[in-house]
Design a protein around this ligand. Structure first.
Ligand code: SF4
Ligand code: SF4
Length: 454
């Protein structure tokens, strides 16, 4: 195992880390497949309201490649198709069939009526043609688990990646712990690694240092260890540290949880609906939850006061409506106090409990975990060239330079400053004392460049 040296990132200890206890949630009344967390998708509906669906029935496809399907994570009836502005598809909501066996002792994967797909055996996977695996995964609604750099778009099946990075730690400081995700799944994980070898000559499995001890059974597969601060384990950061040539820019990545889903699907021929999620809220008991893909946010979040917002990541997630459902790629909810009140003479207070990147507050001298809220402590101002964004960027970018190039519509300059290496981790926005939404600006620049290339 190789250690990857990463020096920059968010090194402050945060309170609210979920513990390792697990709660199995009962099935919700509805589940949904959301199109809101799928980058670049142009969805085309394949069902209408009141249609009956089985688990694995296609609900919509991606117009850019109609073979890529998004399927129902439950058996029941299409209750509602929710559209947003300009009739953009938000989510397809399924009312689960109440007559199915909801015995809590039964595995969540066993209670539905499934669309049955062809199965592959452990022994045959190395001999199955790649085209057959691609076809099965696309029909089964799981091909999109493979993401391709630099945009993290759905992987192009005609491309052979120079490496595939498997991330064990999710995309957030509070993502589900790999010990919970991988528990009793070694058979599927091994199968998944064999599967990846069908697509690439190099499989990289990266883990946080702190997770290694609890992953003894998987140690032979872990190729790289990364430091414990956010976002060292993000595949974009791992790729930045490992890439040696231009062809590495189009590597693929996948999370360990998704790799297990692919393997489970190919071995059983059934769409796997079980997901592990975490919900973090200051001063709450914080277990992991086993639930169904697309569970309603309100079922997971529980009590919400008016001054809270729900995000799917501390630094880079989207803000979700409590009446919506968990997205395909989302596995954590952060319930954060919306504390926008102004502090009287806040600038001369010692700030023992305030997290600080710039060491403005005395909290930088203590090792106590800190709470984050969403108080901006001021409004957006002009860039003061302080360099904090450069000092925290894990992939050595100068976000302020890229922002200035993008604001003058100079995409060539932005690209030459390394725009496409951006991991969209959110740290530059967090660190900026002028409250400039750097991550959003860079992310919009990447998306505009992506659309220009289409
Ligand atoms: S530019 Fe900002 S969002 Fe992009 S990787 Fe650097 S710190 Fe993260
Ligand atoms: S942190 Fe903000 S103010 Fe400082 S250099 Fe970067 S963009 Fe400018």
């Amino acid at each position: 195992m190789e250690n990857i040296k990463i020096l920059k990132g968010f090194k402050i200890l945060l309170s609210g880390m979920p513990d390792l206890s697990v709660i199995q949630m009962p099935d919700p009344e509805t589940v949904a497949v959301s199109a809101m967390d799928i980058p670049y998708i142009r969805p085309k509906l394949l069902v209408k309201e009141n249609d009956l669906v089985e688990t694995g029935t296609p609900l919509f496809c991606d117009k850019r490649n109609k073979c890529i399907l998004y399927v129902s994570p439950g058996t029941g009836m299409v209750k509602q198709i929710v559209f947003g502005a300009r009739r953009r598809l938000k989510e397809v909501v399924i009312a689960l069939d109440k007559n199915l066996d909801k015995n809590l002792d039964k595995n969540i994967d066993e209670t539905d009526n499934f669309v049955q797909f062809e199965t592959l055996s452990q022994d045959s996977i190395e001999r199955v043609p790649r085209s057959k695996i691609i076809n099965l995964l696309q029909q089964g609604g799981l091909w999109q688990c493979f993401r391709q750099f630099p945009f993290k778009d759905t992987a192009d099946e005609n491309h052979k990646p120079s490496m595939i990075i498997v991330s064990l730690n999710g995309n957030d400081p509070f993502s589900p712990h790999p010990q919970i995700v991988l528990e009793n799944e070694i058979e599927f994980f091994e199968f998944g690694i064999k599967l990846l070898n069908q697509f690439t000559d190099r499989v990289v499995v990266a883990s946080r240092q702190s997770s290694l001890q609890s992953l003894n059974g998987f140690k032979t597969y872990i190729t790289h260890a990364v430091p414990d601060f956010y976002p060292s384990w993000d595949p974009a950061v791992v790729l930045y540290k490992l890439k040696k040539s231009r062809k590495d820019n189009n590597a693929w990545c996948i999370t360990a949880e998704h790799l297990i889903l692919l393997a489970r699907f190919l071995i059983t021929g059934r769409y796997p609906v079980k997901r592990v999620v975490t919900i973090t809220r200051a001063k709450d008991k914080r277990p992991h939850f086993i639930t169904r893909q697309g569970t309603p946010v309100k079922d997971l979040a529980g009590y919400l006061d008016d001054n809270s917002i729900i995000t799917t990541g501390r630094f880079n997630g989207r803000i979700v409506d409590p009446l919506s459902h968990m997205g395909f790629f989302e596995n954590t909810l952060n319930i954060i106090p919306d504390n926008q009140k102004q502090e009287l003479l806040g600038f001369i207070r010692p700030g023992f409990s305030k997290p600080t990147v710039s060491r403005t507050f005395l909290s930088s001298l203590t090792k106590e975990p800190k709470d984050l809220d969403i108080n901006l402590h001021g409004e957006e101002r002009a860039c003061i060239n302080c360099g904090y964004c450069t000092r925290i960027c894990p992939v050595d970018l100068a976000p302020s330079f890229i922002m200035k190039a993008l604001s003058s519509d100079d995409i060539e300059d932005a690209l030459s400053y390394g725009l496409l290496d951006c991991a969209r981790c959110g740290l530059c926005s967090y660190a900026c004392p002028s409250k400039i939404e750097l991550t959003q600006i860079l992310s919009n620049g990447m998306d505009a460049h992506y659309k220009d290339k289409q």
